[in-house]
Structure formats: C-alpha cells, structure tokens
Design a protein around this ligand. Structure first.
Ligand SMILES: [Zn+2]
Length: 402
C-alpha cells in the first residue's frame, strides 16, 4: 500500500499551527460563552477530520449574510443529555442569551435544527431547498447509500439563507459536494447500525477520509538530548511497548475466542459475530510475527472482537475504538485535536485532559519512532482509532505481503 515517506509528511505538518487548545464546551452555558467570542463552533467530533477547516468553511459561507449567524456542530451538552429535540431546545436557549439571528444547531447523536428570529423573510422560510440540494448530492455521490455530513448540511443552510425562497444553484451544490468533507465514506456506515445512523458512523468515517489522504504523521518531540554540551535530560516523549506484550495479547485473544465460541449460532452468523471472528483471525495472524507493534495490534483486535461479541446481543453498543495516542490506554472517549498535528482523533479520557506520550518502537537503525510515523498498517489506521474496519485492513495488509 503506498504511503507518503514519513519525512515528507512530517515536513508538511511542521508548518501546522499548534493545537489551539480552546476549552471544550460541555454545557449550554459554556457553548454560549464560546459563541460570544466566535459565532461558529465546530467541535472535533463533528469536523469531518479537521474541525479548523470546517470552522473556516462555515465562516466563509456565513460572511455573505446580513444578520447574526450562529452555527453549533458539537457533542450533546452534558446538561441536555436525555432531552427530547435537544437541538431545538438548545437553539432556543442560545437565542435567549445571544439574541436574534439565524441558528443552525446539530449535536452528534441528534438531528439538526435551523431557525431564524428577527428576519421577516427567513423566519418563515422553508428549508426545502436545502433538503433538495442534499438529495441531489447524495444521489450523485458514489456508493450504495451515500449520506451527507452535518458539515455539508450546515454549509448549504448558510448558503440557502441568502435567498431562502430560491433553489440552491446546482453548481454551488456540486462544488461543495465534491469536497472531501461533504459525504460520509461508505465503508463506515454500512457497518453502522441503521438505527444509529450517520452520527455513529461519523467518528469512524471521517478519519477514513484522512487516512485515504495519507497524512497521519505527527510531530512528536524527540527524546534525544538537546544540542551540544547540553547535559539536561528531557523526559522521553514516547512510551515503549511493554516487554510482555505478546503474552498479554495471547491471553486476550484466547479470552475473545472463548467469548466468541459462547455465542448462539444465530448471533455467530450476524454481522457483529462475523466481525468478531475476523478480528480474532487478524489478531492471530499478526501475533505470529514477533513484532512488538503487531502484538499491540493483536491486543486491540482482541478488544474489538470482545466488543463485537457484545454487539451481537446489544447492537447499540458502539464499536471499539482505542486511544489514538497509545492504544494500550484503552478505549477512546472523546475526539480532540492531536497536539502538534493537523488531525482530530479519538483519545482516552486522560489524553483528552492532557495528551499523553505516543506509543513508540525502537527501530534498529532509526532509534525511537512514534508508531504513527512507522510504515505500518498500525500507523495508517491508528490501531483502529481512525478507521471502522481494522480487522479487514490488517488482513488485507498481511495478504498483500505474502
Ligand atoms: Zn490515551
């Protein structure tokens, strides 16, 4: 599989702005505070792999409007969890604080809500032109069931607001539809539950786009001593793979195999059941090599398998996704901008607060390298943090080598 030489990719990223570590707004009040400073809020989980780009696309689309515009694409605020019509209710709360204007709100687990206040024409306008534009884009997109992203819908809504009684021009729709962030890639949502729909698919898929675009390299501070004669030792910026990783992987795969064998026949042949079997098979294959990153991958595949076994009975459970920084940290809880990189990725709870050190390997000639800078299937997939089909990619990678 072709991969950019990591030096080139690293050079591309050296110029990337340091992660703007703005506070992650978790409540309605925190979102309001952020909207006072910047009326366009896109959290990483909704940014189609690059929330800064998403922010800029929306800001440009809002620039032509002559009323205040607020866009919120975010995780569901903690204080509104479990509420019905959460986007609609949140929009009303935002308006009570921020005043009249056009509000477009969508949270990760919900559907979008658009409403304007204080503009005679827009207040009563129908969103049909946006719906038609989305249908047009989806019907022209490749794949069996292409779906528009929340970002695409938001951009179209802002363009619609400039002339709400008219259809959106085809060339405008087509140009946006051609952007890599407009349509959710197929490979994910055919794995996602129909009921969970595009929001569940989102985290999984958007990173697939980035991977296809080949940049998953990070600029990780090096562990080497600094310069001539400087004796000061810096703490290593990496975490080595534990020495007993192969034993850990073997035990976890055995456990996954045992759980899989306990599935009733009907569930064994369900999509989740066969995903679990694929994950165990992929784990076995990579564990044979004796390579430390492969052994780490086998532990992740064991966790994927156990989760798929659970999903065979409870399809609402999300697929397993490890921390991108170090998969041995466990399951990812939140999507954040990765320090020193140009990507957003799912990370564990600890790394969401303060990013930990990257898992690294000591390569004989090159010294310590963060795993994400190696030419491996693990770098391309983030050990499954960045893709929804880790087992399939690992099996493809192995069969390509034989
Ligand atoms: Zn972590």
């Amino acid at each position: 599989m072709p991969l950019l030489p990591s030096l080139t990719a690293a050079a591309l990223l050296l110029g990337a702005p340091a992660a703007a570590d703005d506070e992650h707004a978790d409540t309605v009040a925190e979102i309001v505070e952020q909207l006072r400073t910047d009326p366009i809020l896109v959290q990483p989980s909704m940014g189609m792999g690059d929330s800064e780009r998403a922010h800029d696309v929306l800001t440009a689309a809002a620039a032509g409007l002559d009323l205040p515009v607020y866009v919120v694409l975010a995780d569901t605020p903690a204080d509104m969890a479990g509420t019905d019509s959460v986007a609609e209710q949140a929009a009303a709360l935002f308006r009570a604080e921020l005043g009249d204007g056009l509000y477009h709100v969508e949270f990760r687990e919900g559907i979008s809500y658009t409403q304007s206040w204080g503009d005679d024409e827009l207040d009563d306008a129908y969103l049909a032109p946006v719906t038609h534009a989305i249908e047009r884009a989806e019907s022209n997109a490749p794949g069996e069931y292409p779906r528009a992203s929340a970002l695409f819908e938001a951009v179209l809504t802002l363009r619609w607001a400039a002339a709400p009684a008219e259809a959106l021009p085809d060339d405008v729709v087509d140009e946006y539809a051609a952007q890599p962030w407009a349509i959710l890639p197929e490979s994910d949502h055919d794995r996602a539950d129909a009921a969970a729909g595009r929001r569940v698919a989102l985290i999984a898929t958007v990173f697939g786009v980035l991977v296809a675009g080949t940049i998953i390299t990070l600029v990780v501070a090096r562990a080497e001593p600094v310069g001539r004669g400087v004796v000061k030792r810096r703490r290593p910026a990496y975490t080595p793979v534990p020495g007993d990783i192969a034993d850990i992987a073997r035990r976890r795969l055995d456990e996954a195999r045992r759980r899989l064998a306990g599935l009733p026949a009907a569930r064994l042949t369900s999509p989740a059941g066969s995903a679990a079997a694929d994950a165990v098979e992929a784990g076995d294959r990579v564990l044979e090599t004796g390579d430390p990153l492969d052994a780490v991958g086998a532990t992740v595949l064991a966790a994927v398998a156990v989760r798929e076994v659970e999903r065979a009975g409870s399809p609402k459970r999300p697929p397993y996704r490890p921390c991108f920084v170090n998969p041995l940290h466990g399951e990812a809880q939140r999507t954040v901008r990765v320090d020193g990189s140009s990507i957003d990725a799912p990370v564990c709870r600890d790394c969401a607060r303060a990013q930990g050190r990257f898992l690294a390997v000591n390569r004989r000639w090159r010294g310590w390298a963060p795993y994400a800078e190696t030419s491996t299937v693990w770098a391309r997939t983030g050990f499954g943090a960045l893709v929804g089909d880790l087992a399939a990619q690992v099996l493809d990678d192995r069969s390509a080598r034989r």
